[in-house]
Ligand binder design. Structure first.
Ligand code: 5GP
Length: 203
């Protein structure tokens, strides 16, 4: 399975919203809705060593780094956490992103796989974790196969990973079943409002 680790010190305290779940559960879409409707949230742009997809923008979707650059950031203790996927790519949350977002008075929204999310839940006081899942494993498999061309890793590897990730659902603060997007997004919004309040500044 993916391994995740960060510096041994506690992460910077303060609210962060972490959205996690199996890939193919639709967490990206729910995150986009949250970011559109809640200007007090801002996406913490992760660093990754994987190839940029044609629609992705450097600095907006990810910071696309070479392996050497990722190593350099690791040596500088620049990551809150990072993960190495079974197919080799690494992705991690830059501490500089958390600082930048908080300095602007916003709350960071982190999009993480499950190990990274568990790590942040443990290490960052004030972290709120939301696990998004598809209604059934069959539906998850259908969604993963449908987008197999844009995903790293073999479909078998991704399904095995999804199965492991599903077993972790109950470790998180909130679980949202993405059976119907509008309903699931409304549930995510209710969690954000309850946890951080609307329009609050966190300077
Ligand atoms: P993708 O490479 O398809 O954009 O994302 C694959 C998985 O990596 C997703 O589950 C996403 O949540 C996770 N991910 C993206 N950035 C990070 C990160 O900085 N840390 C961790 N732990 N997972 C990440």
């Amino acid at each position: 399975m993916a391994s995740s680790s960060g510096s041994e010190s506690k992460g910077p305290p303060g609210p962060v919203i972490v959205v996690t779940g199996t890939s193919g559960a639709g967490k990206g879409t729910i995150e986009r809705i949250l970011l559109e409707r809640h200007p007090e949230l801002e996406l913490a742009v992760s660093a990754t060593t994987r190839e940029r997809r044609p629609t992705e923008v450097h600095g907006k979707d990810y910071w696309f780094l070479s392996d050497e650059e990722f190593d350099r950031r690791l040596a500088e203790k620049g990551f809150l956490e990072y993960v190495t996927f079974p197919w080799g790519q690494r992705s991690g949350t830059l501490l500089s992103e958390i600082d930048r977002i908080r300095a602007g008075g916003c709350v960071p929204l982190l999009d993480l796989e499950t190990d990274g999310a568990l790590y942040v839940q443990k290490k960052v006081p004030g972290a709120v974790t939301i696990f998004v899942t598809a209604p059934t494993f069959e539906e998850l498999e259908r969604r993963l196969r449908a987008r197999a061309t844009e995903s790293a890793g073999e479909i078998g590897e991704r399904l095995a990973l999804a199965r492991e990730q599903l077993e972790l659902a109950e470790e998180f603060d909130h679980v949202i079943v993405n059976d119907e997007l509008d309903r699931a997004a409304a549930e995510a919004e209710a969690i954000v409002r309850a946890e951080i309040g609307a329009g609050t500044s966190y300077h």
